[in-house]
Design a protein. Structure first.
Length: 149
């Protein structure tokens, strides 16, 4: 049984400040690595565009709307100390969460043995809106976990 690789070029369009450690170069490195002959047997698929309801399974609708309405048409908008959004951030969020959901579905239904989502940014797992302000816009871990339940 194969390993599924979910990826999309939109993850390069989520921009952050140059000094931020979570930047497009991280996904470029992954892209170079997965082109190696060792990884040619991966079953590759484009990360599908998800629905906002997938994000709302893990976050209140008001919070999700607050993030969405702060996405700029150009440039960067700093949401908090760790979170910056750009014009490409919303699509990256929707594709990232849906990639995680698809990965869980494919593994749980035994269509693939395992899955790897080459998405960004992952977001830190320790922050919650109630304690620390806003979660990073692409905090996918909780959404993937709620999908597996």
């Amino acid at each position: 049984m194969a390993t599924l690789l979910l990826h999309h070029s939109c993850f390069l369009d989520h921009h952050t400040p140059l000094e931020h450690p979570e930047r497009p170069d991280r996904v470029r490195v992954v892209d170079r690595i997965i082109e190696h002959e060792r990884f040619q047997t991966l079953e590759r698929d484009a990360a599908p565009l998800g629905e906002v309801e997938a994000i709302e399974r893990a976050h209140p609708a008001e919070y999700v709307e607050r993030i969405r309405t702060n996405i700029p048409k150009e440039g960067l908008v700093r949401i908090d100390d760790d979170t910056t959004v750009s014009a490409g951030s919303w699509e990256a969020a929707l594709r990232g969460v849906e990639a995680g959901c698809q990965a869980v579905d494919e593994v749980m239904t035994s269509k693939v043995k395992s899955a790897f989502c080459a998405i960004r940014p992952p977001g830190p797992p320790h922050r919650t809106p109630a304690r620390h302000g806003l979660l990073p816009v692409q905090q996918h871990r909780g959404r993937r976990a709620s999908r597996a339940e």
